[in-house]
Design a protein around this ligand. Structure first.
Ligand code: NDP
Length: 477
C-alpha cells in the first residue's frame, strides 16, 4: 500500500483531480469501471507524478495507505450508490469515502448514516470550478465528520484554489450533507448571477442600443470595479466573440434557450421546503425554463408591446452607469437570499456552518468567485450573528446609494418592455424586507374569512377568529 489517496471515476473531473493530487506530490491510486480510462490516464499523464493504476476494486483498496482516502468522482445518483456498495465491504473502520460528485445533500445524509454504522467516514464533498478547476485548483466544500478533515484537509488545501491573500479555498463546512448543501446553494447563486448579468446585457442592448462588442467593453470596465468577478470577465469574452462563419456576434448565432442540469432547481425546491424566499434564484431557474418553451414563445410573438424610445448617446452612457448600480444591488440581494438558505439549513439540520468561512472558500476556483466575497466574509466576521447581509452597514449603505438608479432601471425596463425578473424580484425583496407593514395582514383576514384559519393581533397575545358569517364579533381561538 503506497498511495496516499485514490480516485475512482476517471472521466474529465476525476482524471483532472487525480492529476492535481499527483502534480502536488501525492501518490495517487487510480481506478475506473472501464479500465481503458485508467490506462489512458497513466499513458498520457504518467509523467506528471506518481500514479498507481488499478484494474480491480480489490487492487485499488489494497493500494491505499491507511486510513484509506478514496475519492469517488462518478455520475451522481445510482452510480454513486453502486460504487459505494462495491467498495464499502472492502474497507475498514476509519477509512474514508469522499464523494466529489454533484450529489443531492439528502443522498449524502443517507449515505453518511449508513456508512457510519460500519465505522467508515463518508465525506460529501462539493467541488466547483469545472474541468479546469479540478486540474488547477477548485473550490472545495467538504462535509462529513470533522475528524476526517484532520487527515484529508491538508491534502485538499494543497490542491485547492488559493484566494488573492493566498489562503486555500477549502475548509470543513459541517457534518454529513453540509458540504453538498453549500455546493448546491453555490450553484443557485451562480444561476442568479448569470440571470442578472443577462438582464444587464439585454437592457444595454435594447434600451441603450449598444452592440455586443460595445457591451463587452462596458463589462470589461465593470470588471475593474466592485463587480470584479469571473462571470463578468467571461461575459465580456463571450460578448466580444465573433462567429467565424457568419461574421455576426457569436451571441446572435446561439439559440436563445438555456439548459440546466438541476442544481439550481434543487436550491429552489429545498428553499421552498425550508420556507426561505430565494426569489432571485427562483426567477433565474424560471427564466431558463421559459426560454426553452419554444412553441409557446413562437405563439406569443404577436402580443402587443410598447414602442421603443431611442436614447441619445449621453443618455445611453448615463443609463449604463445605472445598470451597473442595479446589477450590483440585485447581486447583493441574491447572495443575501442564498446565505439565508444556508442559515436556515443550519437550524434545520443542526449544522454548525460558519457563513464567513463559506464566503471565504468561494473566493477562488469556483464559478462565482468574485472580489465581492471578501466583503461578505468581513461582514460575517464582524458580526457572525448577522440576521441578513442587508443588515451589514456597508452593504446597506451601498444599496442606499444604488436604489434610485435601481428603480430607474426597472422603470425603463418596464416602459420599454424588457423582461427583468431578476432585478425586479431583488428589488421587491428589498422593499418587502424594509416595509413597515405588509399586505400579509390582509391575507390573514382573507384566510380567516374563508377558512377560519385565525389571526394574531398587533395589540395583544393569542389567536383570534372573527365570526364573519354572523355578527362579526371576535372570539378567542
Ligand atoms: P460523468 O458525470 O460523466 O460520469 C462519468 C464517470 O462515472 C465515468 O468514470 C464512468 O465510468 C462512471 N460511472 C458511471 N456509472 C457508473 C457505475 N454504475 N459504476 C461505476 N462507475 C460509473 O463525469 P464527470 O467527470 O463530468 O463528473 C463526475 C462527477 O463530478 C459527477 O457527479 C458530476 O456531477 C460532478 N461534477 C462535475 C463537474 C463538471 O464540470 N463536469 C463540476 C463539478 C462536479 P465509465 O468510464 O466506466 O463509464
Amino acid at each position: 500500500s503506497t498511495a496516499q489517496i485514490g480516485v475512482t471515476g476517471l472521466a474529465v473531473m476525476g482524471r483532472n483531480l487525480a492529476r492535481n493530487f499527483a502534480r502536488n506530490g501525492y501518490a495517487v491510486a487510480v481506478h475506473n469501471r472501464t479500465p481503458a480510462r485508467t490506462r489512458a490516464l497513466v499513458e498520457e499523464f504518467g509523467g506528471e507524478g506518481e500514479f498507481v493504476a488499478c484494474e480491480s476494486a480489490k487492487e485499488f483498496v489494497a493500494a491505499l495507505e491507511r486510513p484509506r482516502r478514496l475519492v469517488v468522482m462518478v455520475k451522481a445518483g445510482e452510480p454513486t450508490d453502486a460504487v459505494i456498495q462495491e467498495f464499502a465491504p472492502l474497507l475498514e473502520p476509519g477509512d474514508m469515502i469522499i464523494d466529489g460528485g454533484n450529489a443531492h445533500f439528502a443522498d449524502t445524509r443517507r449515505r453518511e448514516r449508513e456508512l457510519r454504522e460500519q465505522g467508515i467516514h463518508f465525506v460529501g464533498m462539493g467541488v466547483s470550478g469545472g474541468e479546469e478547476g479540478a486540474l488547477n485548483g477548485p473550490s472545495i466544500m467538504p462535509g462529513g465528520p470533522k475528524e476526517s478533515y484532520d487527515s484529508l484537509g491538508p491534502m485538499l488545501e494543497k490542491i485547492s484554489a488559493k484566494a488573492a491573500d493566498g489562503s486555500p479555498c477549502v475548509s470543513h463546512v459541517g457534518p454529513d450533507g453540509a458540504g453538498h448543501f453549500v455546493k448546491m446553494v453555490h450553484n443557485g447563486i451562480e444561476y442568479a448571477d448569470m440571470q442578472l448579468i443577462g438582464e444587464a446585457y439585454q437592457l444595454l442592448r435594447d434600451v441603450a442600443g449598444y452592440s455586443p462588442a460595445q457591451i463587452a467593453e462596458i463589462f470589461r470596465t465593470w470588471n475593474q470595479g466592485r463587480l470584479d468577478s469571473y462571470l463578468i470577465e467571461i461575459t465580456a469574452e463571450v460578448l466580444s466573440h465573433v462567429d467565424a462563419e457568419t461574421g455576426k456576434p457569436f451571441v446572435d448565432v446561439v439559440v436563445d434557450q438555456a439548459e440546466q442540469k438541476g442544481t439550481g432547481r434543487w436550491t429552489v425546491q429545498i428553499a421552498l421546503d425550508l420556507g426561505v424566499p430565494v426569489s432571485g434564484i427562483a426567477e433565474a431557474v424560471f427564466a431558463r425554463s421559459l426560454s426553452g418553451h419554444a412553441a409557446l414563445r413562437e405563439a406569443s410573438r404577436g402580443l402587443a408591446g410598447p414602442t421603443a424610445k431611442a436614447l441619445s448617446e449621453s443618455e445611453a452612457r448615463a443609463f449604463a452607469d445605472r445598470v451597473e448600480q442595479a446589477l450590483y444591488a440585485s447581486k447583493i440581494v441574491s447572495y443575501t437570499q442564498g446565505f439565508h438558505e444556508i442559515d436556515a439549513a443550519r437550524d434545520e439540520y443542526g449544522w454548525d456552518i460558519d457563513l464567513g468561512a463559506v464566503s471565504a472558500l468561494w473566493r477562488g476556483g469556483c464559478i462565482i468567485r468574485a472580489a465581492f466575497l471578501d466583503r461578505i466574509r468581513s461582514a460575517y466576521d464582524t458580526r457572525p450573528d448577522l440576521p441578513s447581509l442587508l443588515s451589514d452597514a456597508t452593504f446597506a449603505q451601498e444599496i442606499a446609494d444604488a436604489q434610485d438608479d435601481w428603480r430607474e432601471v426597472l422603470i425603463a425596463a418596464t416602459r420599454e418592455g424588457v423582461p427583468t425578473p431578476g432585478f425586479a424580484a431583488a428589488l421587491a425583496y428589498y422593499d418587502a424586507l424594509r416595509a413597515e407593514r405588509l399586505p400579509a395582514a390582509l391575507t390573514q383576514g382573507q384566510r380567516d374569512y374563508f377558512g377560519a384559519h385565525t389571526y394574531r393581533r398587533v395589540d395583544r397575545d393569542g389567536s383570534f377568529h372573527t365570526l364573519w358569517g354572523g355578527d362579526r364579533s371576535e372570539v378567542s381561538a
